[in-house]
Design a protein around this ligand. Structure first.
Ligand code: ZN
Ligand code: ZN
Length: 257
């Protein structure tokens, strides 16, 4: 199994350690055809991508593309902010980006209700290894499913890492809307049993490193194990063995669908 592109990597523009050109160089040296730079969304006070840096990020991406001759996409790992599916990438900034990923993260500027029904209960339940309440699972599930229904999201990052949703329900909606589910090379986020059920919905998966350091670009070893063990079939993965994903956000921008 050969990775075609790594669509989730970070740089110094948010929480990563490397430069755009360094991530691209590693991607090139590992034989990838594409790489996306997906720094954290604007609503993260400490690590978020800053809007004033967007033109500089685009310049860095163009330089890297030219130097290595591989496709470098300007993406964002947007934050979910409420159970209504609010996210921190708004339509007026769509033209700045090539790729739209979304995930749940701690310590971002949630909508007021999201602080109480998503952020705090996720934080305390994951920190103290507690059992998630039904209302927490419902709020997280609604956050993901409403977001996928409302916005042209390419993929959900590390579903259920430090948060608790009904993964099968989320996967069904993703399958219906053409949003992929990420299998993370960095974080264990779904159990094998959950993944088995999730895969049965017919949802497509995308394998990504979530690299925060340049040495990890293209590293999907963690997810690799799940495929070799037969939990997920290769046919359901959109970015291996020469395949490049048909991304929803790009299609939305081109055709409005
Ligand atoms: Zn993330
Ligand atoms: Zn990330």
């Amino acid at each position: 199994m050969i990775l075609t592109g790594d669509y989730h990597t970070h740089t110094k523009y948010s929480h990563g350690k490397g430069l755009v050109i360094e991530n691209a160089e590693v991607a090139y040296s590992k034989g990838l055809k594409e790489i996306a730079i997906t720094d954290h969304g604007f609503s993260h006070p400490a690590f978020g991508l800053r809007k004033r840096k967007l033109s500089s990020l685009r310049k860095d991406i163009d330089t890297a593309k030219e130097k290595f001759g591989i496709n470098v996409l300007m993406g964002i790992e947007s934050n979910l902010l409420s159970d209504k599916g609010d996210v921190d990438l708004k339509e007026d900034n769509y033209d700045k980006f090539d790729l739209f990923a979304v995930g749940i993260h701690k310590f971002v500027l949630y909508k007021p209700k999201g602080v109480f029904n998503i952020f705090l209960p996720n934080f305390f339940t994951s920190t103290f290894n507690g059992r998630p309440s039904k209302s927490l699972v419902k709020a997280n599930t609604l956050a993901f499913t409403n977001a996928v229904k409302k916005h042209p999201i390419d993929f959900i990052t590390h579903l259920n890492y430090c948060c608790y949703s009904d993964a099968v329900e989320v996967a069904k909606v993703c399958a219906d809307y053409g949003t992929f589910l990420e299998l993370s090379g960095k974080k264990e986020h779904l159990t094998k049993d959950e993944l088995y059920l999730v895969a049965k919905t017919g949802v497509k998966f995308i394998l990504n490193s979530d690299a925060h350091t340049i040495d990890r670009v293209g590293d999907i070893a963690l997810a690799n194990g799940l495929i070799t063990e037969g939990v997920i079939s290769k046919e359901q993965i959109v970015n291996i063995d020469g395949k490049t994903p048909d991304f929803r956000f790009k299609n939305y921008k081109l055709k409005g669908i």
